[in-house]
Design a protein around this ligand. Structure first.
Ligand code: PPE
Length: 305
């Protein structure tokens, strides 16, 4: 259950949590065209709070809206300010931020005509997405029988609500079988992304991750690439196959919710020694130092509350 907070930002106003309701004829509820973001705010080592890469998340929200042809009724500055205001109103020093823009009620039918676009920002406390143990020991994943989107079927670079039906189907399928997360292949059979994460593999000291061609351009993915390169570790953005992944020395997922989650098994095959790999461990530790404001060279990624 989402831990209830006090207020939700709706169409520019902070309103009580329980009053943030929408009509059953909300167009997005029926047809799935809405866009959203997932952002984290961390309690820093000095007791202050900072939102991680807020500008990049707001930019991606507006890119998603552009791709989905939704006219945002607020400016980027107003949305960024709304994220901060909502955290403050809820007295949240640390938590998850979910801005969402959706097509409201008006006409029905797939053509949304002039139905108003509404925007909400919800914040809540959210611990480790796949559990604390996952961050420490790694997770067991399975390749789903559901293929990830074709680039001309869904818009893969946008965080569009309807895109996530594919994620929910894939995740449910593998969770029922006892795995922690679903990895999906693209329409040509190459490794794509997970239900809510990007993937990295490590072999012989080289990190490899899916190119951005047909996946969500993950902000955590970008952060990890920059962190690894700063350490002098080579990073290749290139397609890879499931068998290359099976034989990897290390693998991990990245995502705002999942942070840096090690993968200890893929399709019942242990990856490396079957725990968190040595490079993954350093990347994960550095990532947490970065988000908690311990490393000056990455301070520009943090927006103080
Ligand atoms: N791919 C997908 C499909 C995805 O949903 C996410 C984020 C990522 C990659 C990683 O992107 P980034 O967060 O910018 O590093 N998934 C969000 C939703 C999770 C959910 O269950 O809801 C998230 O992590 O916030």
């Amino acid at each position: 259950m989402v831990e209830k907070a006090e207020k939700i930002w709706m169409d520019g106003e902070l309103i009580p949590w329980d009053e943030a309701r929408v009509h059953i004829l909300t167009h997005t509820l029926h047809y799935g065209l809405g866009v959203f973001e997932g952002i984290r705010c961390y309690l820093c080592h000095d007791g202050s709070s900072a939102i991680f890469r807020l500008r990049e998340h707001v930019d991606r929200l507006f890119d998603s809206a552009k791709i989905g042809d939704l006219q945002m009724p607020f400016s980027k500055e107003e949305i960024a300010e709304g994220c901060k205001e909502t955290l403050r109103a809820n007295d949240l020093k640390e938590g998850y931020i979910r801005p969402i823009a959706f097509v409201s009620e008006g006409v029905m039918g797939v053509y949304p005509a002039d139905n108003p676009i509404r925007v909400a920002i919800i914040t809540w406390p959210w611990g480790a997405y796949l559990g604390d143990e996952a961050l420490e020991k790694g997770i067991r994943i399975k390749i789903s029988s559901f293929t990830r989107h074709h680039v001309n079927v869904m818009m893969t670079k946008a965080k569009i609500c309807g895109n996530y039906v594919n994620s929910v189907l894939a995740k449910r399928e593998v969770v029922k079988m006892g795995y922690d997360e679903a990895l999906m292949l693209d329409t040509e059979g190459y490794v794509s992304e997970a239900s809510g994460e990007n993937i990295f593999m490590v072999k012989d000291g080289i990190l490899k991750t899916t190119p951005l061609t047909s996946i969500l351009p993950g902000i955590t993915r970008d952060s990890v690439i920059q962190i690894a390169k700063a350490k002098g570790w080579p990073v290749i953005e290139e397609r890879f196959t499931r068998d290359e992944l099976y034989a990897a020395h290390e693998a991990f997922f990245t995502g705002t919710a999942a942070e840096v989650t090690p993968i200890r098994e893929v399709d019942d095959r242990a990856i490396g020694a079957g725990g968190i790999g040595p490079l993954t461990k350093v990347i994960q530790a550095t990532f947490f130092d970065v988000v908690k404001g311990k490393l000056d060279e990455y301070r520009h990624w943090l927006t103080s509350l």
